[in-house]
Design a protein around this ligand. Structure first.
Ligand SMILES: Cc1cc2nc3c(=O)[nH]c(=O)nc-3n(C[C@H](O)[C@H](O)[C@H](O)COP(=O)(O)OP(=O)(O)OC[C@H]3O[C@@H](n4cnc5c(N)ncnc54)[C@H](O)[C@@H]3O)c2cc1C
Length: 389
């Protein structure tokens, strides 16, 4: 077995890498950018990607992609992850979630309307799934949509809407039949121009890193054209679940963790002997674990390249990468000593304050995209064939 990328893919990697060295930043600027300036930088960065057809390289050319192979897409994901390429929500929610869902479940009009606006970087999407009473048990959602002429009228509330304050588009799940069994009364809706939609209010939620990353969204008689429904009325659960399969297949995380480990190696080389002795074997263990994570990620790529949809395998990767990230950033903060606790705003912070920021941001990684307990349930039932309960 020979596990390596082809010459063509390695050539592409060099091209992407040199583009990122010139145009991306290696720190910060991720989704939910800390400052408005970082968000503007991410928008400009996506505009440059769009010029090259690099926002969604694996999509068909007619929708603004390059028709690239899954392995080429993996090269992009690895390089973007390694360099911490900034995003606005266009690539994460647009390319990673709603785009592939529309390619499968959307009608021609929806594909023609929305996909090119993702690959141009124009639309910034957010996800309206969770509600105060519906997280892991998502099908318990109560936000109600009632048909009225050519529109649906929506009332209710969403919560934890990442990047909702900077998005212009939202995809969401709403209840269209309250009498039906809970999974069968849900529909999938697209809401345009959310900042200017009457009755739709977005309120900030400040996270424990003191950042405005997510929001609460309130709907009061919000009118959405019926043509914005994806798939059939009351069949939205299946559309929504397709989207989650995509949400859970990401592979850039391992590359980002690799970059952090490399920085910690450099730091340890520069430090004194006592520190080296204290941290070297633990650092080596994390490097081993990171390599395991990389190959788990490649397996997802292989499954996709073989025309299959990763299922419990993606849950394995999600658990592994999120829990490893928590260990790496915890270790990193410790290794850097007291200065490792400096936040990005402090000019003396090592690595631009990336370590404590990443440490805090790694905490929710075992909750979002479906908590790790839920992923373990998926592995137990779908992967191992164990009965529920
Ligand atoms: C940083 C962040 C960003 C997010 N962004 C978004 C977003 O953009 N859009 C969006 O819609 N949502 C978003 N979410 C919400 C996220 O999807 C939910 O937090 C998640 O699904 C868990 O739901 P919950 O918070 O209601 O917890 P609960 O479902 O109430 O779970 C509480 C605890 O119970 C455990 N648990 C629940 N059910 C089971 C079970 N059957 N078996 C074993 N354990 C169980 C859970 O694992 C968890 O530990 C985000 C969350 C975070 C933290």
């Amino acid at each position: 077995m020979e596990l390596r990328f082809s010459e063509k893919e390695e050539k592409l990697r060099q091209e992407v890498r040199s583009f990122l060295q010139q145009n991306g930043r290696s720190e910060g600027g991720q989704l939910g950018s800390r400052t408005d300036a970082e968000f503007e930088f991410a928008k400009e960065f996506n505009r440059k990607l769009a010029e090259r057809g690099w926002i969604a390289p694996a999509w068909p050319k007619e929708y603004g992609g390059l028709g690239a192979s899954i392995y080429e897409q993996m090269v992009f994901n690895e390089e973007f992850g390694y360099f911490g390429a900034p995003d606005t929500g266009t690539r994460g929610f647009g390319v990673g979630m709603i785009g592939p869902t529309l390619i499968i479940h959307g009608n021609e009009e929806q594909k023609k309307r929305y996909l090119p606006r993702i690959t141009s970087g124009e639309d910034i999407w957010c996800q309206g799934y969770s509600e105060p009473g519906a997280g892991s048990d998502l099908a318990a959602l109560q936000t109600r949509a009632v048909r009225d002429g050519d529109d649906y009228v929506i009332n209710g509330q969403k919560i934890w809407t990442s990047g909702g304050h900077r998005a212009n588009q939202m995809f969401c799940l709403v209840r269209t039949d309250p009498e039906a069994p809970k999974h069968r009364g849900i529909s999938f809706m697209l809401i345009d121009d959310i900042m200017n939609t009457p009755g739709l209010t977005i309120r900030p939620l400040i996270n424990m890193a003191n950042r405005h990353h997510f929001n609460e969204v309130f709907f009061e008689d919000v009118r959405v054209p019926a043509k914005n429904m994806v798939g059939e009325e009351n069949r939205g659960w299946y559309v929504g679940m397709t989207l989650l399969d995509f949400e859970r297949s990401g592979i850039g995380t391992t590359a980002s963790q690799k970059h952090t480990l490399e920085k910690l190696v450099t730091n340890l080389k520069e430090g004194d002997k006592a520190r080296r002795e204290r941290y070297r074997t633990r650092l080596a263990d994390l490097v081993v674990a990171n390599n395991v994570g990389r190959f788990l990620g490649y397996r997802i790529g292989y499954i996709q390249a073989s025309g299959m949809v990763p299922n419990y395998e993606a849950s394995v990767v999600k658990i592994y990468q999120s829990e490893l990230g928590q260990k790496i950033y915890n270790f990193g903060v410790n290794q850097l000593g007291l200065s490792g606790q400096f936040v990005p705003e402090e000019p003396r912070a090592p690595f631009g304050g990336d370590m404590p920021e990443s440490y805090i941001q790694a905490v929710p990684s075992s909750i979002y995209s479906g908590s790790n307990e839920i992923q373990r349930n998926v592995i137990a039932t779908r992967g191992l064939g164990l009965p529920r309960g």
